[in-house]
Ligand binder design. Structure first.
Ligand code: HEM
Ligand code: NAG
Ligand code: NAG
Ligand code: NAG
Ligand code: NAG
Length: 533
């Protein structure tokens, strides 16, 4: 069969020729960048098959703002906190659009239902307000009990089958959103909802990965290819159907439960209550995808961060010791830590920030698009440019951080920005750029951070994290040999987490195990609410 991508490639040259040389030349006043060829710009230097981001190694050479030309598209990459804070946060009114995507916004998410992908405008603003009404810093506090229960489940799972730790962590991340949004629990990784969430999400990410579909946005006539030549159209329709059925099924289940058994504490129940319904005025398609988008955006990001934390505990045992000392001083071995303990646990908070700085789950955040011509530091930034915050570069900047590549929670212990001594922060600076910046900053950040806090505290209180045993010698692998670097030990792609790794998770004592099991039993009556159908 003819591969549509090859057809697209053939036409690419023709269209570029028709457009003339001009479109691919960089405006002389734009930020510096690699020279590139006429017509293609820097396009030929990028692979078709993988996310182009990982191949771009130019930032070191060209400084904290540089530009690329991908065909006729301008791409501007920002690699320091100062630039991101100035452009995304302070000039947010013009830096908050998303790339226009036919496949994403017409085929996969029609009718402006997907907050992450939507263009900046009134429909986005309305939907964003609804997200914020359930995710703002005060409403997420009402979900702490539920998050505590999901964490108790995870600790019990780790006592039972510690070798399946990465499944337990992923169960937590998906389960906590499922219960927070739809009020229904997934008590194991094999829950059909969890399986289906991962299935549709894998398909969704795959089809959005650059190179897996022809460049329809650069060459809009590709939209009109007949389906016989464009198998991607059929694939997109299937992805949409998978999401639609799952999300509407969950929404229907929620409505059924409200009718049969009444309300529970969760986002969807709040949005379906009479007063809120009138305020937000969203149809079922928007409500279903609101919940679905939360699951998509909140699952892997949370679990990758927790898996990075566990990896760091195996690699850097002195951090774990210090964490355990802090938590033991507050909780002893009589009870596990709770949200109420957090003000007394500054080192836990430092580990939350340091884990997000060290291994951000979305290393290039998500692209923004500039909606008006702009000037910055004497450079011209044209309207329509795609603007990317390189979070990895920001977090590894030696002008800002002492030993940036080291995992050192101490840097955040007495300094909310984690900066090296003498470095004065812009008051608008963020502690980490892991949640992005500006008007598109992650609306789930408070929910996500609470998840990280409670799990990191409980994990360190209850367990030791040890290197795996060598299968031949039976000896513990030396910690120095445990790979933690991004290039070899982490997955590629828009979101990035540790590749599967082995470690031994061992409860600190029998008493700790008893308490962890009891935590879940004591939550029984509360859990029963979320079992109603
Ligand atoms: C540790 C956990 C998380 C990380 C690292 C993370 C990271 C991000 C990043 C980098 C963005 C793009 C920001 C930008 O464009 O500048 C984003 C957007 C978003 N996140 Fe999160 N996120 C996390 C958890 C969550 C959770 C728990 C939810 C929902 C319950 C959520 C919902 C969203 C949504 C809806 C958007 C799109 C916002 C928009 O475009 O207006 N995220 N997140
Ligand atoms: C982002 O920064 C990292 C670290 O400096 C670098 O390896 C990567 O190539 C950069 N990506 C882009 C898009 O510039
Ligand atoms: C999207 O909107 C169009 C026109 O308003 C409508 O006909 C269609 O049914 C909607 N699609 C969904 C999935 O709600
Ligand atoms: C959060 O949203 C609720 C509405 O759901 C609102 O009453 C409250 O004032 C908001 N709080 C903050 C801190 O924005
Ligand atoms: C959800 O309920 C509506 C209305 O009762 C029904 O038309 C639809 O088929 C249901 N969808 C799913 C996926 O269960």
């Amino acid at each position: 069969m003819i591969n549509a991508a090859w057809i697209a490639l053939g036409f690419l040259a023709i269209v570029l020729l028709a457009r003339g040389l001009k479109a691919s030349q960089r405006d002389a006043k734009m930020p510096p960048g690699p020279p590139g060829l006429p017509l293609l710009g820097n396009l030929h230097e990028l692979p078709w098959s993988k996310s182009y981001l990982k191949m771009l190694e130019w930032s070191r050479k060209y400084g904290d703002i540089y530009s690329l030309k991908l065909g006729s598209t301008n791409v501007i990459v920002l690699s320091s906190a100062d630039v991101v804070t100035e452009l995304f946060d302070k000039r947010g009114a013009i830096y908050s659009n998303r790339p226009d995507s036919y496949i994403a916004n017409e085929l996969l998410c029609p009718n402006e239902t997907h907050l992450l992908l939507m263009s900046y405008g009134p429909a986005w603003r309305h939907l964003r307000k609804t997200f914020m009404s359930v995710l703002n810093i005060s409403t997420v506090q009402t979900l702490r009990t539920l998050q505590g229960i999901e964490a108790s489940q995870t600790m019990k799972d780790l006592c039972d089958t510690p070798e399946r730790f990465s499944q337990h962590i992923r169960r937590y991340a998906t389960g906590v959103i499922l219960s927070s949004v739809f009020g229904t629990r997934a008590e194991s990784f094999d829950d059909p909802n969890v399986k289906e969430i991962y299935r549709v999400q894998d398909q969704f990410s795959e089809i959005l990965e650059p190179g897996n579909t022809p460049p329809v946005d650069a060459f809009p006539w590709l939209q009109y290819l007949p389906s016989g030549l464009a198998s991607w159209k059929q694939r997109a329709a299937e992805v949409y159907k998978g999401q639609h059925d799952l999300y509407h099924g969950l929404l229907n289940g929620t409505k059924r439960r409200i009718a049969n058994a009444g309300y529970v504490n969760c986002f969807m129940d709040r949005l379906l209550s009479d007063e809120e319904k009138a305020k937000h005025n969203l149809d079922d398609e928007h409500l279903a995808f609101l919940g679905g988008v939360m699951m998509e955006a909140g699952s892997d990001s949370t679990s990758s961060t927790l898996l990075s934390f566990i990896l760091a505990m195996v690699k850097y045992p002195h951090v774990l010791k210090k964490l355990q000392a802090e938590i033991d001083a507050v909780c002893g071995d009589e009870r596990s830590p709770t949200f109420e303990d957090m003000p007394s646990l500054p080192y836990v908070q430092a580990c939350v920030l340091e884990t997000m700085r060290w291994r951000p789950a979305v290393p290039a955040a998500f692209p923004h698009v500039l909606t008006q011509d702009d000037w910055y530091r004497g450079y011209f930034l044209p309207k329509g440019s795609m603007v990317i915050a390189n979070v990895t570069a920001i977090h590894q900047n030696p002008n800002d951080y002492e030993d940036p590549s080291q995992y050192m929670p101490e840097r955040y212990y007495k300094n909310e920005h984690g900066l090296k001594p003498g470095r004065v922060a812009d008051p608008a600076r963020r502690s980490v750029y892991t949640f992005g910046a500006g008007r598109r900053v992650c609306p789930g950040m408070h929910l996500g951070e609470n998840s990280l806090r409670i799990n990191m505290a409980r994990l360190a209180w209850g367990f030791d994290f040890l290197p795996p045993l060598d299968s031949v010698t039976g000896k513990e692998a030396p910690r120095e040999q445990i790979p933690v670097d991004v290039k070899s030990a982490y997955t590629d792609g828009v979101s990035s987490g540790p590749k599967d790794y082995k470690c031994r998770i061992v409860p600190r004592s029998r008493k700790h195990v008893e308490i962890m099991r009891k935590d879940l039993e004591l939550a029984g009556p509360e859990i029963d609410q979320y079992r109603k159908q």
